[in-house]
Write a protein that binds this ligand. Sequence first.
Ligand code: MN3
Length: 195
Amino acid sequence: MFYLPKLDYKNNALSPIMSEQTLDLHHGKHHQTYITNLNNFVKSTEFEKLSLEEIIKKTAEDKSKSAIFNNASQHWNHNLFWKCMKPNGGGKMPSKLENRIIKEFSSIEKFREEFIKAGVTQFGSGWCWLSTKNDKLIISNTSNAENPLIYNMRPLLGCDVWEHSYYLDYKNKRPIYLENFFDKLINWEFVASNL
Ligand code: MN3
């Protein structure tokens, strides 16, 4: 059985960058629905006893298992997403992460620009990511539920760009949501801990 993780902050603690109403719906309803569906889909199947990552990897390539994959992957993605934010986030990164980013992207400003661009240019629902692959940092985006694990990447940071993540607070202005996420919500200590 999979369960909804408790948030490390109150539902109103990210307001006004991400409102209480958005978190009530996004965490309490959308994320919970993925978990309820996943539990129903894997019940009494070969997947029931597997870890979340094992389920994601075993179902990613099999179109007949897309319902399991989508709900499992969305559960994983949201678990990461909640951890990637904190009240009064953004700002200065721990130096081990900052140095690594400057080394690989030339500057924090350039990295910020590319991360936001990955989210803005994701057509339709999906995610943008900072991951490691073969010890290299990679910015990418994915559609719908897909996540970088299936491409042998290890996500450090993920931002949900489905409309349910920003529409109540930013309407159609996805770029403004992404700028606010980057500048005021990211928990850089958590991101650095994933390195
Ligand atoms: Mn979502």
